[in-house]
Design a protein around this ligand. Structure first.
Ligand code: AMP
Length: 318
């Protein structure tokens, strides 16, 4: 029985990165999210694919224990996205978006999905995200959402009203600035927190992520990889690690949220090591533990003991 639901895109992506071009790789926001979270929790996907969807890709998801009963298949083509990271590895330039079967998708949640306690509204049309949220029979314990510049450009009112209803907003730095018209992450997050969510997670590519929560601010670095092959899916994999962890321990407290941000960074670091999902889908428990422990080491420092302050020279007073 799943305990988390995700709605978002399932796609074939064509990406151009400094390592070269790769065509028609399995992608999509719901796909990266569900593959990353499947290491930690039971997740169900709501999305649509076309007649061209490879049955092997569906089996890859279901073989991992992902519930694909909400992955509809209709006539037409699967969503396609193509993007380039040639200019900047931290943010994709979208070359083409073909909504295809998503253009007319109106998901109807099954009974077993309506009452799941954790819900992720992955990047897709905010009207679709809102439709899924409105079909939940009880308010989930935690609702999180993601979005991107396309929806800020063409569906801003629907997006703003959705954000008012979620607990956690996950958003890229550039998109947070665009949405709020502020010029720094802290100012953007403060403005977003005034509009509903109790936490805003700002993703900053190779500079990591910052959780702006009503009660605290927590920053986690990105793992310093020597080679990033394909940044596609980093944000969704971060979200998959973050919510996968919270749903598996069934804890939405502040300490759990801090640890979840580290688990998110662990999953994102694997996602970018290869094209598409090649690395992310082939991890072992010891790979994940080793990377988590590397983050512990990366961020470890001792506070000053015994109420001591820094050795500031006395001329500066107390
Ligand atoms: P990210 O985690 O932000 O790198 O997301 C990458 C994924 O988002 C790709 O696999 C794309 O298929 C998907 N994507 C790109 N544009 C859109 C869009 N407008 N709506 C939904 N998904 C998208």
């Amino acid at each position: 029985m799943p305990n988390m639901l995700v709605v978002g895109s399932v796609a074939y992506d064509t990406v151009d990165t400094p390592s070269g071009k790769n065509e028609n790789q399995l992608g999509g926001s719901a796909t990266y999210f569900s593959v990353a979270s499947s290491y930690l929790t039971d997740v169900a996907v709501v999305a649509v694919v076309g007649g061209d969807f490879d049955p092997g890709d569906r089996s890859m998801l279901s073989d991992r224990g992902i519930d694909t009963s909400g992955l509809a298949q209709t006539d037409g083509n699967t969503f396609r996205w193509s993007g380039s990271y040639r200019e900047d590895l931290n943010s994709a330039v979208t070359l083409e978006t073909q909504l295809n079967v998503f253009a007319d998708f109106a998901p109807e949640l099954g009974d077993s999905h309506r009452s799941l306690p954790y819900l992720f509204l992955a990047n897709i049309d905010p009207n679709l995200q809102a439709s899924v949220l409105s079909q939940m029979s009880a308010r989930p314990k935690m609702v999180a959402c993601d979005t991107m510049n396309l929806w800020i450009d063409i569906a801003r009112p629907a997006l703003v009203s959705l954000i008012a209803q979620v607990d956690v907003l996950m958003i890229n730095e550039a998109e947070a600035l665009q949405l709020t018209e502020r010029d720094g992450v802290a100012a953007a997050a403060t403005s977003l927190l005034e509009n509903g969510p109790s936490a805003v997670v700002i993703k900053r590519g190779e500079y990591g992520a910052v959780v702006f929560h009503r009660d605290f601010t927590f920053a986690v670095p990105a793992y310093p990889l020597v080679s990033v092959v394909d940044p596609t899916g980093a944000g969704d994999s971060f979200a998959g690690g973050f919510l996968g962890y919270l749903s598996s321990v069934d804890d939405t407290g502040n300490d759990a949220i801090r640890r979840a941000a580290v688990v998110g960074s662990v999953m994102a670091s694997f996602a970018v090591e290869s094209y598409g999902m090649d690395r992310l889908r082939s991890l072992s428990a010891s790979d994940i533990d080793a990377r988590f422990n590397a983050f512990v080491e990366l961020t470890r420092f001792h506070p000053l003991g015994g109420g001591q302050g820094l050795p500031v020279r006395p001329q500066f007073g107390n």
